[in-house]
Design a protein around this ligand. Structure first.
Ligand SMILES: *Cc1c(COP(=O)(O)O)cnc(C)c1O
Length: 382
């Protein structure tokens, strides 16, 4: 009996030492490790600014606020994602709508997006922002999305929770914000690197960065230039906006910074695992994910016939293989159905969901474990 999760973190002694060092230091919340971690994210992604935050979800929330998206505005995303990708729009009082996915990748369908934009323009219901999810770590066609954003005047947030370490088709790193206003990464333990809980926003816009920095700490500033009144003394601070407590701790940032040294190695291993699955599983009556050397391979999602998915899932779980399903389309969630969304509204996403099965993939997944997963899957479907 094996016990193989679908994903898990990889913490080594260097990571542990980095955390212990902070625990012995005078600063465990807002110390030097946060800035150092942000530096490493900037250096890796090529973005000008990075702001570490308490989670990817918190990051999406204040990303929308920093872009001044609120009540009366419309936000679009794709139904094949974690609910956080759309909940953030509701947090700021905006209206959410979805664009169907590409059946082969689970990413936003560019043709559906183009058509929906034309229709929305006619109805004067264009979105103020679109949240682009790089599902499973495979990047969307950002050059085309950027072109559309210029044409229709919407802001772009990349939900790159799956895609730290991934590149676009032209080789540029996700997070550089060449095609987006803001990019979000998550550091939940199943993601490319971890800080326990945590997230970051990257941007190339100083004003957006400063807004994010303000919103993550209650809307409080100690910068005299931003104050309304003359400081009463050296202790003085002002709350100038309604912000949140969305800060990351120094303990977490130390872990994140140490993990960043290992990111490329993690991604190389994920890519090798995806390749060996694709070899081992070829010829079976299932649909494999397309090869992609730029993907971060956060997930390896196969599609089996819809009518056997539950049986295959239970069979594999019964042998200790932590298969999973990504995702139940967001518009099918009861909360979203109460907002008026209906099953049948985004047929590709529903079809993508029906047969989807995520196989275990993480850097320390051993070769014999990969073989065991492949053998068990064969036994389950044949
Ligand atoms: C994990 C995830 C998030 C949320 O990140 P947290 O750090 O868990 O808040 C958002 N979007 C997607 C696509 C994710 O996978």
């Amino acid at each position: 009996m094996h016990n193989i999760p679908y994903s898990k973190q990889n913490i080594n002694q260097d990571d542990i030492n980095a955390v212990i060092e902070v625990l012995h230091s005078p600063y465990i919340t807002q110390g030097p490790a946060i800035g150092q971690f942000e530096e490493s994210i900037k250096e890796y992604s090529g973005a000008k600014y990075a702001a570490a935050l308490s989670s990817g979800t918190a990051a999406l929330h204040i990303a929308l606020m920093a872009l001044k998206v609120g009540k009366g505005d419309i936000v679009w995303t794709c139904p094949i994602s974690f609910v956080a990708s759309s909940n953030c729009a509701l947090y700021v009082g905006a209206t959410i709508d979805f664009v169907d996915c590409n059946l082969a990748t689970g990413n936003i369908n560019i043709k559906s997006l183009q058509e929906k934009l034309i229709k929305a323009e006619g109805e004067e219901r264009l979105p103020k922002a679109i949240i682009i999810v790089h599902f499973s770590g495979r990047t969307c066609d950002m050059a085309e999305i950027f072109r559309l954003s210029e044409k229709y005047g919407f802001k772009v947030i990349e939900d790159a929770a799956h895609a730290l370490g991934a590149s676009y088709a032209n080789g540029e790193k996700v997070g550089c914000n060449k095609y987006a206003d803001i990019t979000m990464f998550s550091f939940h333990p199943v993601k490319s690197i971890t800080t326990g809980e945590g997230g970051v926003l990257t941007t190339n816009d100083k004003e957006i960065y400063e807004k994010i920095a303000l919103l993550r700490t209650h809307g409080i500033t100690r910068d005299e230039d931003k104050m309304q009144h003359k400081p009463h003394g050296p202790w003085y601070y002002e709350q100038i906006e309604l912000g949140y407590h969305y800060r990351m701790t120094d303990i977490q940032a130390a872990l994140g910074k140490s993990q960043m040294h290992r990111l490329d190695d993690f991604i190389t291993k994920r890519r090798a695992i995806a390749e060996s699955y694709s070899t081992a599983l070829s010829g079976l009556p299932i649909t494999l994910p397309e090869a992609d050397k730029n993907s971060a391979w956060h997930l390896y999602v196969i599609h089996v016939e819809a009518k056997i998915r539950k049986r295959v899932f239970e069979y594999m779980r019964g042998t200790g293989i932590g298969v999973n399903v990504h995702y139940i389309p967001i518009h099918m969630q009861p909360y979203y159905q109460r907002l008026g969304f209906k099953t049948g509204q985004f047929p590709n996403s529903e079809k993508f969901y029906e047969g989807a099965l995520s196989l275990p993939i993480f850097p320390t997944l051993q070769e014999n474990e990969q073989e065991y997963v492949a053998q068990t899957l064969k036994a389950a479907i044949l």
